[in-house]
Design a protein around this ligand. Structure first.
Ligand SMILES: *[C@@H]1O[C@H](CO)[C@@H](O)[C@H](O)[C@H]1NC(C)=O
Ligand SMILES: *[C@@H]1O[C@H](CO)[C@@H](O)[C@H](O)[C@H]1NC(C)=O
Ligand SMILES: *[C@@H]1O[C@H](CO)[C@@H](O)[C@H](O)[C@H]1NC(C)=O
Ligand SMILES: *[C@@H]1O[C@H](CO)[C@@H](O)[C@H](O)[C@H]1NC(C)=O
Ligand SMILES: *[C@@H]1O[C@H](CO)[C@@H](O)[C@H](O)[C@H]1NC(C)=O
Ligand SMILES: *[C@@H]1O[C@H](CO)[C@@H](O)[C@H](O)[C@H]1NC(C)=O
Ligand SMILES: *[C@@H]1O[C@H](CO)[C@@H](O)[C@H](O)[C@H]1NC(C)=O
Length: 816
């Protein structure tokens, strides 16, 4: 027992702790935010699970907070929303609204507080809402509107909806200040006290909807008083949720009849035959023009002939929708109702499970111009009966709507209506037409034809050329290739069409919708083929976002005559894959993608140009020559090393077999052979310096090179085996590659220090450094570092030249 108590206290403690924790971590100031706002600053936060008003951008123009769990609006919640135009708190758990919660909503035009838990209305909520036009307070559990009069500050109010299951009382001052309304809706099914005149100030009054269920059943005085206050000839009155059984319940309507209302509607009502007879009696001679019944349950058998004597001449329109006849098999023929059917020009019997309107009944409808039998059970057979097989009925008919029936044959319908010489509109949509005969006969007056939501796969010349509006949407069409010269509007959405129909077939077309097909793209030329096109809706197609299409949609179309009226956001790319789901308006294609051919050709051009430039550059810089030379040199160098290794292995001294290797150009061979060789190689004894005149051995490539060996090799080994290298410089030398090479190689020796080679330069003709091409940089260097011997032009100075040369060639010997 003691343990149990302990446990209990522990749990209690934990519970308290958790309450504290919850409160500290969720302070009131911490509000959730909702960022579901679109570009038009319309914020849709419905179904967000919010328990308090979330924070939303201050700039919001529309705020939809419906279907949440908001219980309270504090004075802070909407403080910053000066620009808000519409606020919906529909279907929340709203029980408390701070008196100044809406104070800053100066721009608010629409306020929806319906389906909440407000038990009382406060005048203070509305005191600053001078701009409010629409106010919806339906279905809250308040029992009266409260005082002071809640709406008196709403000077602009045009649409007011209030009431709910709990509303019991309406007092004279409740609607004080409400004067001019376009729409008034009062849910007063449980209303039990009404001060006459309460609704009388609201004038002019556009349209009134009242649900006064219990009053009609039990308190006809109250119902009469209310009707008395809102009935004006120009005000349509709709009565909802009634149960009209005996003649008593209908008597309240005399108030409206006495004020000669012209339009009355009953919605969600069940009526007996007796009530209908009473109704017809009440409205005997009243200039009632329209009578609507929407959501009606007929409990009787259609025995209304008792009211045959009444005057219903003024009736122009019968509108019946969603009719349930409880005892359909007992329902009598409408033949007795001539007194009702002679007059109306407009009859709609929609969704009434009508399977036939007998031909005799049709014949009664002599004034009929508009017949709507949509959403019934008509077939070819029963329709033939209803239209008396196309003979002599409904001569005045202009509009026939048999949408949503079970019709299959276009040739039958065309035959049946062919005689209706005034027919302009024919709506045969939502039937089961699956094929079109090659030709049909239609009244020549036909302008409007709706065959949408059928199963057509092709169209033929069955379509009349007189058409101005043609709706073929939601079929299985793959193309449209038919000339319709008068057509102004064409609806083709929901088919399988792959391209816009050719414009020259539709010269008068102004509106074209072709959404949800398989269009890949369209362009300027497509639109230009239409002479008059103004509005185009082509969204939700499988667009291929090519460059032309994207550019066309992003810019070209804006300047044209054609407007895309279905909003940019419905144009979405389907391919290429990486752009799928992307709105066409936001696609950015790069230049590379858009001008591929241009791009490729330009880049090829540039590459070619660069390549040519490079070649020219290489050629100018003699790069190839350098490469060739380097290659040759590397190879020769390897051979030379091998030779050296060979010699080392065999223990041979490096063998100097020549005093000098003479490098010269072929053009200078003459000088070399005639002057240099004889002078140096042949002994001279006429001179006292003959000791010094020991003959020198020269290496000449012509004479001493081993035939069959590679020339670079030869040069290399010649230079290795010579003590000196003599370069015979001349214009010709500079031109010759091999000489260049020899020079380079010798230079290498000189700075390599491997052998005791030394370059001696002989200038055969005056050669300034500037005459030597720049690329011979080594020669340049050599000429500036080594003194050179010049071959004298005068004969007498040659002796001196030879002496200097010999000296230079010998100079080295003394070192040994
Ligand atoms: C907000 O979204 C809901 C569905 O989520 C929709 O029913 C409602 O109409 C939208 N409200 C507005 C103002 O667009
Ligand atoms: C209708 O009014 C009566 C009193 O007149 C009240 O007792 C009853 O609860 C009300 N019905 C509803 C659904 O509020
Ligand atoms: C129709 O009226 C009945 C009462 O007669 C009510 O219970 C029902 O909710 C109403 N239906 C609609 C759709 O208003
Ligand atoms: C209403 O019907 C009763 C019989 O059901 C009849 O006695 C009475 O005269 C009728 N009242 C009117 C105004 O038609
Ligand atoms: C025919 O009835 C359907 C359904 O009631 C409606 O959508 C359509 O607009 C009507 N057509 C004409 C031409 O009134
Ligand atoms: C054609 O009929 C369909 C279905 O009844 C309707 O939605 C559509 O608005 C009609 N088309 C035109 C152009 O009225
Ligand atoms: C369209 O119809 C014309 C004749 O009216 C015909 O010459 C042409 O081939 C047709 N084009 C297509 C794509 O069916």
């Amino acid at each position: 027992m003691g343990q149990a108590t302990n446990l209990y206290f522990t749990l209690l403690y934990l519970h308290l702790l958790s309450i504290c924790w919850c409160q500290t971590s969720n302070p009131d100031s911490e509000r959730l935010s909702c960022d579901r706002c679109d570009r038009r600053l319309s914020c849709n936060c419905s179904y967000g699970g919010f328990t308090s008003v979330p924070t939303v951008t201050d700039r919001a123009l529309t705020l939809d907070l419906s279907f949440n769990k908001i219980a309270m609006v504090t004075d802070d919640d909407l403080k910053s929303h000066r620009q808000l135009k519409a606020l919906s708190l529909h279907s929340n758990k709203l029980a408390v609204i701070h008196p100044s919660a809406f104070d800053s909503l100066w721009s608010l035009e629409e306020l929806d507080l319906s389906n909440n838990q407000l038990t009382a209305l406060k005048q203070k909520w509305f005191r600053k809402l001078g701009a409010l036009q629409n106010l919806n307070l339906l279905n809250n559990p308040y029992r009266c509107l409260g005082s002071p009069a809640p709406f008196q500050t709403l000077v602009r109010l045009r649409r007011l909806r209030f009431g709910g299951p709990a509303l019991e009382e309406l007092r004279r001052e409740d609607l004080y200040g409400v004067t001019q309304l376009e729409e008034l809706i009062v849910h007063g099914n449980n209303l039990s006290r009404y001060e006459p005149g309460t609704l009388a100030d609201a004038w002019p009054l556009g349209r009134v909807t009242l649900s006064l269920r219990s009053a009609f059943l039990t308190n006809t005085a109250l119902a009469r008083a209310v009707l008395e206050d809102v009935s004006y000839p120009e005000t349509p009155i709709i009565l909802e949720d009634l149960h009209l059984i005996g003649n008593e319940s209908v008597q309240s309507l005399t108030a409206a009849a006495n004020r000669r209302i012209r339009q009355i509607g009953l919605k969600n009502v069940s009526v007996s035959d007796e009530a209908i007879v009473s109704f017809l009696m009440v409205f005997n001679g009243v200039p009632l023009t329209s009578f609507w019944l929407d959501g009606i349950t007929l409990t009787g058998e259609g025995r209304w002939a008792q009211a045959k004597w009444t005057d219903q001449k003024s009736i122009d329109e019968f509108f019946l929708r969603n009719i349930v006849v409880l005892d359909v098999w007992k329902f009598v023929s409408l033949l007795e109702l001539g007194f009702l059917l002679h007059y109306p020009r407009k009859v709609s019997v929609i969704n009434g499970r009508v399977f036939v309107m007998p031909c005799p009944t049709s014949r009664l409808l002599v004034n009929l111009q508009y017949l709507d039998l949509s959403d019934n059970l008509l077939t070819e057979l029963t329709l033939s009966e209803s239209l008396c097989d196309g003979h002599g009925t409904l001569k005045d008919l202009r509009v026939l709507n048999i949408s949503g029936n079970a019709l299959k044959s276009l040739s039958t319908i065309s035959r049946l209506v062919a005689g209706l010489s005034k027919l302009t509109h024919l709506d045969i949509s939502r039937n089961a037409y699956s094929s079109m005969p090659p030709a049909c006969s239609w009244p020549s007056t036909l302008r409007y034809l709706n065959i949408s939501r059928a199963k057509l796969e092709t169209i033929t010349h069955c379509l009349p050329t007189s058409l101005e509006v043609l709706d073929l949407s939601n079929n299985d069409l793959k193309s449209l290739n038919l000339s319709l010269p008068a057509l102004r509007e064409l609806y083709l959405s929901g088919n399988k069409i792959q391209s816009l129909p050719p414009g020259w077939l539709l010269p008068n077309l102004q509106i074209l919708t072709i959404q949800s097909n398989t269009l890949n793209m369209f362009g300027r030329s497509d639109l230009q083929s239409y002479k008059r096109l103004q509005n185009l809706q082509a969204g939700q197609n499988k667009f291929v976002c090519s460059c032309e299409f994207v550019a066309f949609l992003q810019s070209d179309i804006k300047g044209g005559d054609v407007q895309l009226t279905d909003g940019e956001e419905s144009y979405v790319c389907d391919s290429p894959l990486y752009l799928q789901e992307e709105p066409v308006g936001q696609v950015h294609l790069s230049v590379v993608e858009c001008h591929r051919v241009l791009f490729v050709s330009v880049s090829c051009g540039v590459a070619l140009f660069v390549a040519i430039l490079l070649c020219i550059l290489l050629w100018r810089l003699h790069v190839l020559w350098y490469l060739k030379m380097t290659w040759a040199w590397l190879k020769a160098k390897r051979n030379s090393r091998r030779r050296q290794r060979c010699r080392e292995r065999e223990g041979l001294e490096s063998l100097l077999s020549f005093d000098a290797f003479v490098s010269y150009s072929e053009q200078d061979a003459c000088w070399v052979e005639n002057f240099l060789v004889p002078e140096l190689e042949e002994p001279r004894d006429n001179n006292e310096e003959s000791v010094n005149h020991r003959p020198l051995t020269l290496c000449l490539h012509k004479r001493d090179f081993l035939p069959g060996h590679w020339i670079v090799d030869n040069i290399m080994s010649a230079m290795e085996r010579s003590r000196r290298t003599v370069f015979v410089l001349s214009e010709n030398f500079v031109q010759s590659d091999w000489c260049r090479y020899e020079l380079d190689f010798s230079h290498f020796w000189l700075f390599d220090g491997n052998a005791g080679g030394e370059a001696i330069l002989i200038l055969l003709e005056p050669l300034s450094k500037d005459d030597i091409p720049k690329r011979f940089c080594k020669l340049h260097k050599l000429m500036s570092s080594t003194t050179y011997l010049e071959w004298p032009q005068e004969e007498e100075k040659t002796g001196e030249f030879w002496m200097s040369l010999r000296k230079a060639l010998r100079g080295e010997e003394e070192d040994y």
